[in-house]
Design a binder for this molecule. Sequence first.
Ligand code: DAH
Length: 360
Amino acid sequence: MAIVDELSALRTSTLAAIEQAADTSALEEVRVAVLGKAGTLTGYLRGMGQVAKEERAAVGKAVNEVRGAVEAALEERKRALAAKELEAAIDAAAVDVTLPGRGQQVGTRHLINAITDQISEIFLGLGYTVAQGPEVETDYYNFEALNAPADHPSRSMQDTFYVVDRSGEESAVRGESKVLLRTQTSGVQVHVMEQQKPPIYIIAPGKVYRRDVADPSHLPQFTQIEGLVVDKGISFGDLKGTLDYFCKQMFGPDRKTRFRAHYFPFTEPSAEADVSCGVCGGTGHLHDGERCRMCKGTGWLEILGCGMVDPNVLSMSGIDPEEYSGFAFGVGVERVACLKYNVPDLRMLLEGDMRFLRQF
Ligand code: DAH
């Protein structure tokens, strides 16, 4: 084949290879194979010396022409591929703004905390302060200083979790440890009275523990708010007025309270307070005459325990019962939450189900 024809074939195959190069690096390979130092076209240029004189001008012209065509095609393909690659890179990095957003979920306060704060606010508004005590407590503060010494029958009202006492102290009560998880916040009363002279107006919110199996109305861990007032001339009338005010603030101005005689070792007299049922309006039955299930037809819901601080409790904590008197109360926070929002099962408060928790 004549050189000029070879060049023409080279031109055709090179232009085809350029057109087929899928990316810039494939294109570079084509360039090197044709125009590189050892490239095919470069070979023809180098070999010009061996070409017969009369052909040289034509061959030179053909080589230059092929080189021009190849270079132009390389340039054009390079630009096209670069643009395509840039577009692909942009596509890969792009954010699809039409996708639905993931939405930040803002947490809510847990109902137990919200109710604890609401109750606290009511008493803070009356000038009370907040006191705290330990959850791991000694038998003395949880029972003994509250007028319930060992073997006192009232202890069986609350089934206790005992903690293994590694402090080295002996003498456990009936073979049990003297350290326990507090069954009530009432022990905070004693801590406060030991440290503070009257007048005392405190509330003490906190967790308490009892050996109960969780069911709709019991939890092995729950929250109480203790209240204690010690001052000169405090009477049962002060107790009733204060707790009636509290119930109206908490549940609404149309709610009534009543006080039923009860027994607690640390108060005398003792009472349980009921608030009128919000579901049936205190009547015990619904509009269609059906018995109200919330209050079991009684029209009343039990809400807290209370009483006048027993003089023994005052004197054990170093306060003269001849000079001072006081009242105390204990409210179950979970119970208040359930009564306020008609929650049928205490366990719902602890399950962490967002569909339930978000309602409040
Ligand atoms: N500690 C009692 C309980 O857990 C509640 C209670 C009743 C607290 C009467 C008091 C009180 O301060 O005076 O059942």
